[in-house]
Design a protein around this ligand. Structure first.
Ligand code: SAM
Length: 158
């Protein structure tokens, strides 16, 4: 995994396109104990420390009903990653793999995802366990864990 922004032996970078194809809205900020990429877990675990997901206005209005889900999928923007690596050497030993065969934070669209356990909802703040991102990581989206989600029944339908 690329922990810092160096290019390691065997890794390959590409020139990034001049323009992006879409824009996203950061909907909040994630607060975690980690300020150093080397200290953050590689993958979050639900026995990890409680972390705070602070949902910003006006998006906090979209939290209605979220407390009924014990687990959520969280999408976040790994904002300190480089975006131009196509081959990476996770162990820095010269052996490389393609970016899309890895869960490295370095990717063209550095979106991270985690399934977290919802501990409490405190207004616009969700307390969760299971994250692996740095303090201050921008929040991209929240969804119920797909294994828990049932679409609302249609009116008049089964
Ligand atoms: N769980 C997510 C996934 O699988 O999509 C992210 C996994 S990634 C391997 C987690 C690592 O990314 C952490 O150990 C840390 O080194 C790094 N990281 C965490 N937050 C970051 C951020 N905001 N910017 C860049 N790197 C970050």
């Amino acid at each position: 995994m690329v922990q810092l922004n160096e290019v390691r032996a065997g890794e390959r970078t590409v020139a990034l396109p001049a323009h992006t194809d879409a824009g996203i809205y950061f909907i909040g900020t994630i607060r975690t104990p980690w300020t150093d990429r080397r200290a953050a877990p590689r993958q979050g675990c639900t026995d990890g420390p409680p972390c705070r997901i602070e949902v910003a206005p006006p998006w906090d209005q979209g939290l209605d009903g979220i407390a009924r889900f014990a687990r959520l999928e969280v999408l976040y923007w790994l904002h300190r990653s480089r975006r131009d690596l196509v081959l990476q050497s996770p162990r820095d030993d010269g052996a490389v793999r393609g970016t899309f065969a890895l869960r490295s934070p370095a990717r063209p669209n550095p979106i991270g995802s985690a399934i977290v356990e919802l501990v409490t909802v405190e207004g616009p703040v969700l307390v969760v366990r299971g994250l692996d991102c740095l303090d201050g990581t921008p929040l991209v989206d929240l969804k119920p864990d797909r294994s828990l989600f049932r679409p609302p029944a249609r009116e008049g339908g089964a």
